[in-house]
Design a protein around this ligand. Sequence first.
Ligand code: HEC
Ligand code: HEC
Length: 358
Amino acid sequence: MLSIIKLKSRIIIWLCTGIILFIFLVGAGKKTSITQQLDAPENPIYLEFKIPAGWPKPPANIYANNRLTEQGFQLGKKLFYDGRLSKDGHFPCASCHQQFAAFANYDHDFSHGFKDAFTTRNAPALFNLAWMTKLHWDGGINHIEVQPLGPLTSVIEMAETLDSVLYKLKKDSVYPKLFKAAFGTTEINSQRMLKAIAQFTGSIISANSKYDKVQRGEAKFTLSEENGFALFKTKCAPCHKEPLFTDNSFRNNGLSVNPFLKDYGRQRITNDKNDSLKFKVPSLRNIMLTFPYMHDGRLYSLSAVIDHYRSGLITTQPTLDPLLVNRIPISNNEKNELLYFLNTLTDTSMTKAARFAQ
Ligand code: HEC
Ligand code: HEC
C-alpha cells in the first residue's frame, strides 16, 4: 500500500516537472521567434559600415543594436525628407539640413521652424556622425538614435508629438510596408522610426575631398594649398584634428557672448563654471559650403573666421582656451594660403550623391 502511494506521488512529481518544462520550453520558443521578428527584416540586404582607410575606429559602434540594412537606410531617408514629421508639414529634417550645404542650413545663421520661430543655434552640417559621441553644440545629446526627439518635439522646430507623427505614418499607405521591409513586421513605433533615421544620418560619410585624395596619393596639392596645409597643422589642427577635423572636445574660442541669447554652451549641460562658453569644436570638412559659421552663425565668411582668430577674439574670458591666449598670428599671405587649403576639404561626391538625395 505504502509503495503504491510512493509510486503515485512520484508519477505526480514527474508529471508536474514535465508540464513545467513544457511550458518553459514553449515560452522560450515563443520569445526567440518574437525577437527574431523584431530584428530581422524581410529580405535583409545587410550593409557594412565602412571606416575610411587610415581613419580611427569610431569610439562606439552606433549600430551595435541597430543592424544596418538597405531597407532601414531607405526608410530613414524617406523619414528625413518627410514634412509630415513636423506639425504643419513644412519642416522636415531636410529643411534645416540641406544636402548641397553638407546637410547644414545654407545661408542661415538660425533656421526657420514652426510658426515663424527661429532656432537659437546654427544648424550644424551632418556627416561622420558615427565618430561623435556627443551631439549638438553643447554635447547635450549622447546618442544618434535619441537626437531626433529634440527637433521633433521642439516648439520652435518641428513642433510635433511622437504619438501624432506615428499616427500619420500608420495611416499612410506606404510606410507600413517600408517598416515591414526594414524590421520584419508592419508595426510602426518610435523606436523603429528613430533607428531608421539613425541608419540614414549615421551613414552620411564625407571622406572624398581633394584633401583625402592627396592623402591617398591620388591627387596633389598646389603650392598654395600645400603652404596652407602646413600652416593649418601648426595653428588649427590642435583642435580641428585630422582626419575628422575635430577632436570632439568642447572649447571656448573667444567669441563674445551674444547679449540676446546668453548662450553659455557646455555649462548648460554640466552646470560647471569651467565649461562656460565652451562649444563643440566643429569639423572643418566641407567648410566652404556650410556658412554662416560658429554656434550662432555670427560670421558670414571664412575670411571673417580667420580675422576672428588673428585679431577679433576676446582674450579676457577666464575659460578661453589656453592655445588662444595670444590669438593666432596669421599674415595676409598666410590667410590666403589657409583659405586655399580649407577649400580642399569640400567633398562634392557626398553633397551631390544620389544615395543621400531625396
Ligand atoms: C528647424 C531646424 C531643424 C530641423 C527641422 C532639424 N534640425 Fe537638426 N539641428 C538643428 C540645429 C539648430 C541643431 C543644433 C542644436 C544645438 O546645438 O543645440 C541641430 C543639430 C542636429 C544634429 C547634431 C549634429 C552635431 O554635429 O552635433 C543632428 C544629428 C541633427 N540635428 C539631425 C536632425 C534630424 C534627424 C532631424 C529630423 C528629425 C533634424 N535634425 C531636424 C536644426 C534643425
Ligand atoms: C583652441 C581650439 C581651436 C583652435 C586652435 C582653432 N579653432 Fe576653430 N573652432 C574652435 C571652436 C571651439 C569652434 C566653435 C566655436 C563656437 O561656435 O562657439 C571653432 C569654430 C571654427 C569654425 C566655424 C565652423 C562652423 O561650422 O561653424 C571655423 C571655420 C574654424 N573654427 C576655423 C579654424 C581655423 C582656420 C583655425 C586655425 C587658424 C582654427 N579654427 C583654430 C576651436 C579652435
